[in-house]
Structure formats: C-alpha cells, structure tokens
Design a protein around this ligand. Structure first.
Ligand code: ADP
Ligand code: MG
Ligand code: MG
Length: 555
C-alpha cells in the first residue's frame, strides 16, 4: 500500500522527538496557525462585544495522521456519487414525506424534524416554493474499519447536508503539515520534522484546496440565481449563530467569494433575520435591511446556513417562521429544508435497505452502486418489528449482519424487534437520534439503561448503528491553546497544551451539488478534512473540544 519502499509501522507513530525538538515543532506549528488564520475566537469571547481583539489557534495535531492511500483515494472518487445520491433524495418529496414527515415518518415523534417538515409542507401546498434549485455543501465522514476478522475498509459515519464546517481550516492545517508547499523536492520535508520519519514527504501529503472548491459551489448557486433574472449585485447571506467561535472557518469562504468571484456576503443571525428579512410579494426576492444601513435593501442570491440545525436555535415559533420565510423566497437555499431532512440519520439507515440506492441513482452502473454500498455500516431502526418492516420503501437488507442475531431474545409485544436487538447487541453499537452537531449519541454499555427510559413511541426517532472497529494502538500529539482566554480567566482543565494520546482519526470528504427539477446541474468533490480525537472520547466534534484538526499522511 505504501508508495515508499520503507514499510509503515503504525506502532512507531508519532515519531519520537527530544523535548527540545518537540518544543520547537509546537512553536512552529502554533505560530504558523496564528499567522495563517487557523483560528478560533477565544473562549469567553463576549457576545455583546466590540470587534474581536484576539484569537487563539485552533486545536491541532502536531503530525499528520497516517491513512491508507487506497482508502483516501476511494473516498474522493465516490464523493460525486454521494453528491448525486443526496441530490436525488432531496428531490424525492414522496420519499421524504414517508421517512421524515410529521404524518407518516420520524416527524411524528421528533418535534424538531416535525416542525421543519410541516413548515415545508405548508409552503408546498400553497405553491410557495418559487425556487426549484437547491444548493448542497456536503461532507461525507468516514472511519477506517479494521475488524479482527473480515475485510478492512472505509466505513461511512454519516453524511452531512447542513452547515458543514472546517472546510477552510482543514486546508490551513494541511498547508501547515506540508510546512513549505513550494519547496523544491530535494529539500526533504522530513528535515522540517527533524528527520524524524522518512514518510514525511510531500508526495504523501496531498494538497487540499477546499476553500476554492466550496466557494465555487456557492458561486455556482449565485450565478444560477443571476442568470434566472436575479440582480447581479445580489449578495450571499451567511446565516450564523450568535456567539460562534469558529468564525474564521466561515470568513475565509467570505473572502474567497469576494476576491475570486467578486461576490459580496452579509452575516445575520436568526434573531436579526426576524426583523431584517422580507420577501417581495411580486418577485419573491429575499431582501435584507441591515442594522448598519437601515435605508438599504439587499437582494440575496444564496442563503448559506451555518446555523439552524439544532432545536435550541428555534426558541420560539418566530424563529421557525423566519426559516420558512427564507424558504419561501426565490433565493437559492444551501440547504433547502428537504435537503436538510435528507441528511437525517434515519435516511442513512433506510438507504441500507435493498434497492434504495439504486432508486436514487438511476442509470448508474451496478458496479458503482456496489462500491458506494461498501462504505455502509449495518444500521436499523429501534422501531422495526422485523428487519426492514418499516414503510413501503423497504425490503430485506443486503448487509452481512442483517439476519436476526442468534443472541437476540424473541420479540415480545411490549418491545419492538429493533429495540430488543439493540439491547442484545449493545456492546457493539451506537444509538443515534436525528440530530447534528455532536454529543447526542448513546454508546455501548449506556444503551440498555437508555432503552429502559425511552418511551416506546420515540423509538422511531432513533437508529442503531454497528460500531466501526477503528485501528488500535495509533498515537498522536494533540495541541490546544492554553488557558489564556479573552476575559483573562484561566481554566485549569485546559492548562495541558500538548497531550500525547492513543487516537482515532475521522476523514471527511467535501462536495457540492446544485440541483432541481429532477436534474443535477453541477457537482464536484472539493477537498477533505481530518479530525483526530483521543481514543477515550466517543464523540468527534472539534468545536466542543473533544478533538483536533489534522491532515492525512498517505501510507
Ligand atoms: P453528528 O451529526 O452529531 O456529528 P455522528 O454520526 O457524526 O453525529 O456521530 C458523532 C461521532 O460519534 C462521530 O464523529 C464518531 O466519532 C462517533 N461515531 C458515530 N458513529 C460511529 C460508528 N458507527 N462507529 C464508531 N464511532 C462512531
Ligand atoms: Mg459527525
Ligand atoms: Mg452530522
């Protein structure tokens, strides 16, 4: 697998450095992070604040993470298929109604999903969806599955269709690990790492041009809007969260749109949009009146959500109404409500059933469909009576472990088969609700007690997923900013800046798609992300402090 003649030894990663070398390398890395905008706003950054005066470097990995070259290239290759697959799912209203809707699907028991679906349904029924195009900025996340028996392969953790983050910062960390992307090859990159590993060569550290790629997707949406009669001076609306610390990841995209595409952006929170936004009754154009320019009315070409995926972001009906107001405009939404719903974990589970992928990828050769399916992990719904018994779309699963486990107790009237199976096999499972943003899953030994407390009708909102068996014994150096925070208070738990730990790395592949009226107009695979976390942490969110940004070392 290695391009190098020297075999890669996972047990010897990360390379060893003397304490002095380590200090130098950390200094180089964090200085470069600060110099190149690999940044967060500091913890405690005041909400009601003057413009920021300081930033901290994002948590980062000192060395890139070894990753199978073959798997990495495979994930890049199938991204286009995933872009097309999710585009077709988002265009299949009937399917989304059945799986996610508030009359027949998950929306009956999950209030957040139900509210989004109901708002969308009202708009559809009143002919208030004037924009046929949807824009998706996607990230398909994977872990490397290395079971004691059976084939090692890349498995999909989830497919994200709203507010995918770290595209820009992942480019910056890849540049950081490459150290000097323009160095002539004979100036060995390894020298920058004190010759600590012969594998640290440019050819093993792929380029990552995510910023340009994601901006190109947004620019394609803008161009489609303008060519359909929208104002050429219309702007991109970034819908953002109040108190967001991961702002630089968003700003790099804004700068790229302006500098490379001459497109301006504005940023607004949902709260601001309640009063600042309006939809023109005759043209359906979305107009924003910013607080700093009350006489202006800015036409919006693309609504780009970096918010709106968690229930608490909609504290009252006004917030939902604002979301539906934006949805009813002819601005292109990234994503639309159906595309957000398509990213639900329930959809991912249902896709595992026989014939479903084929339904959304008509005309795609079976060999290609099979390649995509190889990334699926076994999943099922907690409400299932028997394998594949939910809804009309189902039939039997094609995954290996689809047949009832011999350890599962026989079904009783009080508990669905899906729940009993999750109970019996809990040691190898994670349970997931229809949520995004980390921190929502239930793992292994926590599962039985959780199931005891889960009301029967809520089972429909949860899926069980087989745990991906990640490689063991791989180490890494995780570096975070210290205790200095904006308000000068110190948090002792963050005092340890550099931690050597056994780690697991999650790969994300970015893509975009512009689609509507049954057709995909454009799509591309545009870059990648690696997040590395300590082995003892179940969740993988960088923003919540569990993991660091990383890049790949192809082996
Ligand atoms: P979210 O949308 O909240 O990010 P994910 O499905 O990505 O939810 O789950 C969060 C984290 O949980 C992942 O980043 C990964 O670390 C872990 N995880 C999720 N599914 C699995 C799985 N099947 N096997 C192992 N780890 C998983
Ligand atoms: Mg995730
Ligand atoms: Mg997610």
């Amino acid at each position: 697998m290695s391009s190098s003649s020297i075999p890669f030894n996972f047990a010897e990663w990360p390379p060893s450095l003397s304490p002095e070398q380590q200090t130098t390398l950390i200094q180089k890395a964090t200085t470069r992070a600060l110099a190149t905008g690999l940044l967060y706003l500091p913890p405690g950054y005041p909400l009601e604040s003057p413009p920021p005066q300081a930033a901290i470097h994002a948590p980062l990995s000192l060395f890139p993470a070894p990753f199978s070259r073959e798997s990495f290239e495979f994930a890049q290759e199938i991204q286009s298929l995933y872009n097309v697959l999710y585009s077709h799912i988002a265009m299949d209203t009937e399917f989304l109604d059945e799986i996610m809707g508030a009359e027949k699907g998950v929306g009956r028991v999950d209030d957040f999903i139900g509210e989004l679906w109901k708002g969308w349904k009202v708009l559809r029924d009143s002919n208030s969806v004037p924009q046929p195009l949807h824009l998706g900025l996607f990230r398909s996340d994977y872990l490397y599955h290395l079971p004691p028996e059976g084939e090692a392969f890349l498995k999909q953790v989830e497919f994200n269709t709203i507010s995918v983050s770290f595209g820009c910062l992942s480019q910056r960390i890849a540049e950081l690990h490459r150290q000097a992307p323009t160095l002539p090859l004979h100036l060995m990159l390894s020298t920058s790492y004190f010759n600590s590993s012969p594998h640290l060569k440019l050819e093993n550290l792929p380029k990552n041009d995510t910023i340009a790629g994601l901006a190109k997707g947004i620019a394609a949406g803008h161009a489609a809007y303008v060519s359909n009669g929208g104002s050429p001076s219309s702007k991109i609306l970034f819908v953002v969260q109040a108190g967001e610390r991961n702002v630089f990841d968003q700003r790099w995209l804004e700068y790229e749109l302006l500098e490379k595409h001459s497109i301006h952006s504005i940023r607004q929170t949902f709260e601001e949009l309640i009063t600042s936004s309006s939809v023109d009754t005759s043209s359906s154009s979305l107009k924003i009146t910013p607080t700093d320019s009350p006489n202006e009315s800015i036409e919006i070409s693309v609504v780009y959500y970096r918010a709106g995926y968690m229930p608490h972001e909609y504290p009252s009906q006004e917030y939902y109404s604002t979301r539906f107001k934006l949805e009813s405009s002819r601005a292109i939404k990234c994503p639309t409500i159906p595309l957000q719903l398509a990213g639900g974990k329930k959809i991912q589970e249902v896709l595992g059933r026989k014939g479903l992928v084929e339904r959304f990828l008509p005309g795609v050769p079976q060999s290609q469909v099979d390649r995509l399916r190889k990334t699926f992990m076994d999943m099922w719904g907690l409400d299932e009576d028997s394998r594949g018994a939910v809804g009309d779309v189902t039939s039997t699963s094609t995954t290996d472990s689809a047949s009832p486990s011999p350890s599962a107790p026989p079904p009783t009237s009080s508990e669905s088969f899906g729940t009993q199976r999750a109970r019996a096999e809990h040691a190898t499972l994670v349970l997931k609700p229809q949520r995004e943003g980390g921190g929502n899953n239930v793992y292994k030994s926590d599962i039985p007690a959780f199931l005891d407390g889960l009301p029967a009708h809520e089972r429909e909102a949860w899926i069980a997923m087989r745990l991906i068996e990640v490689p063991q014994g791989l180490g890494g150096w995780l570096i975070r900013a210290g205790s200095l925070d904006y308000g000068g208070s110190s948090d002792k738990s963050r005092a340890e800046r550099a931690v050597k730990a056994e780690v697991v790395s999650e790969l994300g592949i970015f893509g975009w798609a512009l689609f509507g009226a049954g057709k995909v107009q454009g799509e591309e695979e545009v870059g990648w992300l690696v997040r590395t976390k300590g082995k003892d942490s179940n969740e993988g969110g960088v923003a919540t402090g569990f993991s660091v940004l990383d890049s790949v070392l192809l082996v």
